[in-house]
Design a protein around this ligand. Structure first.
Ligand code: 3PG
Length: 211
């Protein structure tokens, strides 16, 4: 699967953080039972690298990618850990080059037209728009569709279930990402049932064409 195939699997990609490795399996199972098939596990904790395999083993049909990729070394260690794709919150030339040369499906992060153009020139057609709400939201992405029609985005950062549909209605959006599906409080409480319910609701989000 290439990056666009992965983005088109479902409308929403949960952006998750595991603080302890024991959270990986129940989280993966809750997301999969809720009907989600793609997850971005953030490289923000010590156990995140081991978490890729733990989530994959617990829910074999889940496509587990690694997010918060900040350096070329992060690219290497994430792919060695088994990540199916890699996501960065922003980009700079050396990181774009490392993501590209890895050959893995990759979603570099951009927040401006110039960054989107730089990522496009580096060979990327699929991009994470981050932080989506703070950087201009739906109106910003809509404005990019005419000058940069070949680019497809996954807006993430401040996107919620209630606002996801407006992004999904845009011609240049394939899916949205968000932390709301498995928030820290539910993770710490081990409330896998509530996370499954959030996943269930997220998997059902449809484009909001009224916006
Ligand atoms: C990310 O890394 O993409 C964000 O932390 C997710 O943002 P959110 O928690 O505001 O959805």
């Amino acid at each position: 699967m290439n990056m666009l195939d992965i983005m088109k699997i479902g409308p929403a990609v949960p952006v998750v953080q595991i603080d302890e490795i024991v959270q990986a399996a129940p989280l993966a199972k809750a997301l999969a039972k809720g009907g989600l098939k793609v997850v971005e596990l953030t490289l923000r904790t010590e156990c995140a690298l081991d978490g890729v395999k733990a989530m994959q083993d617990a829910a074999p049909d889940l496509v587990v990618g690694m997010g918060t990729i900040r350096t070329p070394a992060d690219v290497d260690r994430s792919l060695e850990a088994g990540a199916a794709f890699i996501v960065s919150p922003g980009c700079y030339p050396a990181l774009l080059a490392a993501m590209k040369s890895s050959g893995a499906p990759a979603l570099p992060g951009v927040a401006t037209a110039g960054e989107a153009m730089a990522a496009s020139a580096a060979g990327f057609s699929e991009l994470k728009f981050f932080p989506a709400e703070a950087a201009g939201g739906v109106a910003f992405l809509k404005s990019l569709a005419a000058p940069l029609p070949d680019l497809t985005f996954c807006p993430t950062g401040g996107v919620k279930r209630e606002t996801a549909g407006a992004y999904l209605a845009l011609s240049n959006v394939a899916c949205v990402g968000g932390g709301w599906i498995a928030p820290k409080a539910l993770m710490s409480a081990g409330d896998w049932g509530a996370i499954e319910a959030h996943a269930w609701a997220a998997a059902k989000i449809t484009p909001d064409i009224s916006v």
